[in-house]
Design a protein around this ligand. Structure first.
Ligand SMILES: Cc1cc2nc3c(=O)[nH]c(=O)nc-3n(C[C@H](O)[C@H](O)[C@H](O)COP(=O)(O)OP(=O)(O)OC[C@H]3O[C@@H](n4cnc5c(N)ncnc54)[C@H](O)[C@@H]3O)c2cc1C
Length: 447
């Protein structure tokens, strides 16, 4: 039997600058690439889902790269542990012994549980299970307070992040060199990826126009240089549009941070926010579903299907909210400033549970990332670790005047704005603001 190592790709859909893959190649055994289309995640998605199409398209490109390096990428559809067990049997039948599995860590609750099961099975079978940190620059345990507890406020976390980075012996931003050529293995005759239709998805999911909002693979240097000045203007492309690529690891976060150090501290800070939220969901897994601050779960959210539908469809009568929701529905992207406004509007003006909005974003955002999404929603609803105070209620009209004064962004998405066809506001601002403040206050001051 020839001993081999498996490298299990998950949210790192690239070969280049991949920490875990580089480590697997140093294991001393030839390496086979592996990806599992995880039924647990995919079974709840709609038939046309551009994210699944994006993953499939990326895997096709990666499979070609593995092949041209005389190696192989095997993809299966099912439950990861079961697929790994069946792959091991297929490998044995072909004369290969699975000795090690390498993978990059994912810090959210479901992947942590999934990896725990795979690790337990590996231990039982005498297979080495090795995890690596690649999705973030500094993993959750690396940035702690001096007393060893996790940070729950961003600014001191960010200060410590820089301090820890500076104190590393080797450069944490260095590119991981992946020398696949000659070290891979091709145990099977050519195997196709599972087709989208065989997994219950429409082939239209793979239409690249579905992820056109994230066309580029590298941020424009000019966008980064002018980031601080233009990041809050939704009518221009003043942000990097890298979130889809960071989500699925089609770019390495180290390559992005290096650009941040060169061009924009402000932009680098956003990458650190991303790491902060990863750390929060890792250290406080309850926050993936419940309020980070438990007393916020006492708020008596309203139930109003009509108001929720108006919000989802972008028909609230508040132009910036409606433009944002229509941008999301049409493209799978929404500008960060507008995400803040629509989220605040749902939780405060409509007094609807932040989880409804979080779920809607999870369905629609191409860059959906549990940690950042929950973090953003809990920030807006006031229930998060480092959230806006509950009594600060964004005024959607003032936000419009400040961030889209010419109305360019709104008109792009709401062409009927200013005509009789545009709906009247579904709630009156002053009334809704006061209702939110009173309701929050009563719930939070309950004995
Ligand atoms: C309610 C709400 C929900 C959100 N949901 C998500 C989500 O599901 N996935 C997601 O990636 N981001 C989410 N964000 C954060 C942010 O809106 C997006 O990361 C950003 O709009 C992506 O566009 P960009 O790549 O052009 O960002 P840029 O401004 O160019 O920022 C660069 C990168 O930094 C990271 N980043 C930027 N802002 C944040 C932030 N506030 N929190 C965490 N990371 C950040 C992203 O990875 C982003 O790609 C959410 C924000 C809010 C307010």
């Amino acid at each position: 039997m020839t001993p081999i190592s498996l490298f299990w790709h998950r949210r790192d859909l690239r070969i280049e600058d991949n920490r875990g893959l580089a480590a697997a190649l140093e294991s001393g055994h030839p390496v086979l690439g592996f990806f599992c289309f995880d039924k647990t995640i995919l079974d709840v998605l709609p038939e046309v889902d551009a994210r699944v199409g994006f993953i499939h398209t990326e895997l096709e490109g990666m499979a070609r790269k593995y092949k041209s390096a005389s190696s192989q990428l095997i993809a299966r559809h099912g439950v990861p542990l079961e697929e790994i067990q069946s792959l091991r049997q297929d490998l044995q039948a072909a004369g290969y012994e699975l000795r090690q599995i390498h993978t990059n860590r994912d810090y959210a609750p479901y992947p942590v549980a999934r990896d725990g099961e795979v690790r337990a099975w590996c231990e039982q079978e005498g297979i080495g299970f090795h995890t690596h940190d690649d999705h973030v620059i500094l993993p959750p345990e690396a940035v702690l307070k001096d007393d060893g507890t996790p940070y729950t406020v961003f600014t001191p976390y960010s200060r410590k992040w820089h301090k820890v980075l500076d104190a590393q012996d080797s450069d944490p931003l260095a590119e991981a060199v992946v020398a696949l050529d000659g070290q891979g293995i091709r145990p099977f005759p050519e195997q196709e990826l599972p087709s989208l239709s065989s997994m219950g998805f429409d082939e239209a999911s793979a239409d690249p126009s579905g992820w056109a909002a994230f066309e580029g693979r590298q941020p424009d240097a000019d966008v980064l240089r002018r980031y601080a000045e233009r990041r809050d203007t939704p009518s221009v492309v003043g942000t990097a549009r890298m979130s889809l690529h960071l989500r699925f690891g089609t770019v390495s976060v180290r390559s992005q941070a290096r650009l941040g150090f060169v061009h924009s501290d402000k932009w680098l800070t956003e990458l650190i926010w991303r790491e902060f939220y990863q750390a929060i969901v890792h250290h406080f897994p309850h926050s993936a579903k419940d309020a980070f601050r438990a007393k916020y779960d006492r708020i008596p959210w309203r139930h109003d299907d009509d108001h929720f539908a108006a919000w989802c469809e972008g028909k609230t009568g508040y132009p910036l909210v409606d433009a944002g929701m229509r941008e999301l529905n049409a493209t799978g992207f929404m500008h960060n400033r507008v995400r803040m406004v629509v989220a605040s509007f749902l939780c405060k003006h409509l007094l609807l549970d932040w989880r409804l909005g979080e779920r809607y974003f999870a369905e629609k955002l191409l860059d959906f990332e549990l940690a950042s999404n929950v973090g953003g929603w809990q920030w807006a609803s006031g229930s998060g670790c480092d959230a806006a105070p509950y009594f600060r209620v964004f005024n959607p009209e003032s936000q419009l005047k400040k961030f889209d004064p010419s109305g360019t962004y709104v008109r792009r998405w709401v062409p009927e704005w200013g005509t009789p066809a545009y709906p009247a506001p579904i709630v009156e601002h002053k009334f809704a603001r006061q209702r939110a403040i009173d309701t929050y206050k009563a719930a939070l001051t309950e004995a």
